[in-house]
Structure formats: structure tokens, C-alpha cells
Design a protein around this ligand. Sequence first.
Ligand code: SF4
Length: 217
Amino acid sequence: MRDPSSIGWEKLLDLMEGEAKKRLAPVFTLKGFLNDPFQHLVFTILSARTRDEQTVKAAGNLFKVANTPEKLAKLSEEEIATLIESAGFYRNKAKNLKAMAEILVKEYNSKVPDSFEELVKLPGVGRKTANVVLAYAFNRNTIAVDTHVHRLANRLGFVRTGKPEETEVELKKVVPPELWRKVNRVFVAFGQTVCKPIKPLCEDCPIEGVCPKLSVK
Ligand code: SF4
């Protein structure tokens, strides 16, 4: 079977990143918000099941009013919901954000904790969100697996898994640790712009020659 990693992980990720950047993948063009771990955390929570443009809008509205845990904790759940209503499941997210901000203020001296175990204790924070924050706000070597990463890892034949949690474990066995941080951003960007869920752009794909295209019709 064709194996994309046969060209080397570094080269593979570079080719995928280059093509995604050429196609202006949103993950590489977002600027302005992600200034600290708190904003990374809130942005990642808002982004769940939400298009990038809508996440940017919700985060922009919220950070104008509350860009710290203290300020967020002082808002009511209704006020937060109104500010983030462009995000999917905004009522639920407002509830979690309010509770999370109060916990950060009371128990963590208004700082976002930098350990996986502490992060996943916060309301609305699951494995993926915790790993995104660790990788991109704290520069830790880890792989955050969302639907794009899970889909691409299986489609390109790196793993054979049914759930994102399994994909995280299996990917960590094959990707060199020093490149773990790159995987989420590159796979998400490439999955949004080239290796799309339906009708991937195989004819224009820079790794077509080494891709097994599993389950691509
Ligand atoms: S776009 Fe096609 S060739 Fe490229 S990685 Fe996806 S399935 Fe493979």
C-alpha cells in the first residue's frame, strides 16, 4: 500500500502546509485574537461545531468586552450568550464559559493551567481542546485530534481507528515527537482546503503520488 510518510514526515507536512497556505486555509490566516492561553482556550471552545468565520465573529464580540477570566466571570450567562450567538450551541457554550471563568478566577489565580489533567477538569474542555491549548498556547509537544485530523489520518493510512481518542494514541506512535505540534494545524488546514470530506481535490494534491486514498470514491 502507498505510504505518504515514505517521503519523510517533515517533507510530507511541509508539502501539505504549503498547499493549504496557497489556498488561504483559515487556520493560517487567523490573526489578532490568540494573544494568550486564555484567548486560545476560549477561541477553541467557541470553534466546536462552528465555521471559522462564525468563530472569529463570536470571539471578536466577546473579547471586545471580556478578554480576561475576571472580566468574563463578571458577565451573566445571558450577556455571554448574546455576544457569542454566531457560534454553534452558543447557549451551552455561554454556560460553560461563565463556569470556566469563575473556576479560573477562584482556583487558578486567573491563569489557564498548563497541564492536560487540570485543563480537562474545566467545563466544556475535552481532550481536543486541552491538546490544542497545550500545543499552541504553551508550545507543548502533543497532537490535538479533531474530525479533520481523525479523517485524514485514516484516509492517508497512518491509522485504522474508529474514534479520535484512538487516533491520538496511534498517531503518536508513528509521527516523530518533535513534529507532533504541527499535525493539528497542518491536517486541519489541508483537510479544509484540499483533502475535503467530500470530493477531495486529488488531481491537484501535492501528495497524490504517495497517497493510498482509503475510502475515497
Ligand atoms: S486529496 Fe486525495 S490524494 Fe490528496 S491526500 Fe486527500 S485523498 Fe490523498
